[in-house]
Unconditional design. Structure first.
Length: 71
């Protein structure tokens, strides 16, 4: 899905954008503009999917999966 940066006006595909590293617990609901690096909110239609992928990739979730495989 094409997104437009609110600051620099760059149009980019959300899959080409950088991952959010804000540290405020947004849960993957934002991406970074590839041109200026500002955080851009994902539209609602793809936000839930991105948040689920973010939650499945946390350190806690990965450790939980690893320990469940060993049992």
């Amino acid at each position: 899905m094409q997104l437009t940066c609110d600051v620099c006006g760059c149009e980019f595909d959300h899959r080409r954008a950088g991952k959010c590293d804000c540290g405020y617990g947004c849960g993957g609901g934002t991406v970074k503009c590839p041109q200026c690096g500002i955080h851009v909110d994902l539209p609602p239609e793809i936000r839930d999917k991105a948040k689920k992928a973010f939650d499945n990739n946390t350190l806690y979730a990965r450790l939980e999966r690893e320990f469940n495989l060993d049992e």
